[in-house]
Write a protein that binds this ligand. Structure first.
Ligand code: NDP
Length: 311
């Protein structure tokens, strides 16, 4: 039996780099990288960042696809993934902390007028402007799982008003938690910032359409760190152009890299980052090795995904 690494994410970690990290955690286990010669029939476990089309179908004895991260949509939507193949993800601390920091960074930059002060300083303009207080600012966090829960707690710890939203009921100290589709418009109407930390599933794809943007508080800012297809791009651009939204901070896109001709690049109220809000796997690689051992031993896996729910 063997572990195959095929990250299929050229801007992230290389397969060979990961193989070197896994080797001491799995002594004696055959670890292959996608570019090598190997026997496909021996591969029991495949580790990916994004599942390449056709890859799973070419591994006749595949039992587990291990996502090296959180979002599993490229795996669960693969039409060639046999029904018996299990899917697991990772829940390390690092990306949850990083994504919480990313959201906080953009909110604090605006609260403290950092861009304005930088521009003024360049022109030698001395102009005090009152910063906004967190207690007067409401942050909505959509998705209260491993990453969204951390994001909501981080904002609450900084003294912001925090409204959280998820599919099932949650209880998080310092966060007013709501759940279910009926509650979403009310959450959006109350928030100055909406951080979208949802997975891409059949129920969340195209969630932010014209109606949902219209339900947001006028002038609010959306921060999308979940997946690009949660948002209907044209609906977002129209909401920005109409002044309904104050801005959008986007780390994820329907098509990545974001196509050169996309209007997001040139819109003055859109901030773009190239899918970098969560990056490191620190503390997660051990769970990949653990899942290999559990798979071979026939034991329960860590962080197994519900393929039908899609997360
Ligand atoms: P989790 O699975 O731990 O949490 C998902 C949350 O979304 C849960 O609270 C879940 O609700 C909620 N949710 C799912 N479907 C719905 C729905 N239909 N309506 C309301 N709430 C829903 O995932 P993580 O927090 O670990 O990650 C979230 C996403 O972040 C990933 O799927 C990925 O797409 C994205 N991500 C982005 C990265 C980046 O660099 N930009 C890096 C890592 C992840 P409930 O708790 O009730 O089930």
């Amino acid at each position: 039996m063997a572990l195959l690494i095929d990250t299929n994410a050229p801007d992230w970690m290389r397969d060979e780099e990961l193989a070197q990290l896994f080797a001491p955690l799995l002594p004696g286990v055959a670890i292959h990288c996608a570019g090598e010669d190997f026997d496909p029939a021996r591969v029991a476990m495949l580790a990916v960042a994004f599942l390449a089309p056709g890859r799973a179908a070419a591994l006749p004895n595949l039992q587990l696809v291990q996502k090296l991260g959180a979002g599993v949509e490229s795996i669960v939507r693969d039409p060639d993934l046999p029904a018996h193949v299990r899917v697991a993800r990772l829940k390390p601390d690092a990306p949850a902390r990083e994504i919480a920091e990313y959201c906080v960074a953009y909110v604090l930059a605006a609260q403290r007028n950092l861009r304005l002060h930088e521009e003024n300083a360049r022109k030698r303009i001395w102009k005090p402007v009152a910063p906004l207080e967190g207690s007067g600012t409401t942050i909505g966090v959509l998705g209260l799982g491993h990453i969204g829960g951390r994001t909501a707690r981080t904002f609450a710890g900084l003294g912001f008003q925090v409204l959280g939203w998820s599919r099932t009921a949650k209880s998080i100290e310092g966060v007013e938690c709501r759940h279910g589709d009926d509650e979403l418009p009310g959450v959006l109407a109350a928030c100055d910032y909406v951080a979208c930390v949802l997975p891409s599933t059949a129920l969340t794809r195209d969630l932010f359409d014209r109606d949902l943007f219209a339900a947001m508080k006028p002038g609010a800012v959306i921060i999308n760190v979940g997946r690009g297809d949660l948002i209907v791009d044209e609906a977002l651009l129209d909401a920005l152009d109409a002044g309904q939204l104050g801005g959008a901070v986007l780390d994820v896109f329907r098509s990545e890299p974001l196509p050169q001709e996309h209007r997001f690049w040139t819109h003055p109220n859109v901030t773009i980052t190239p899918h970098v809000s969560g990056w490191h796997l620190t503390g997660g690689l051990e769970d990949v090795a653990e899942n290999y051992k559990r798979l071979i031993a026939g034991e329960d896996l860590l962080h197994e995904v519900d393929r039908a729910a899609g997360y």
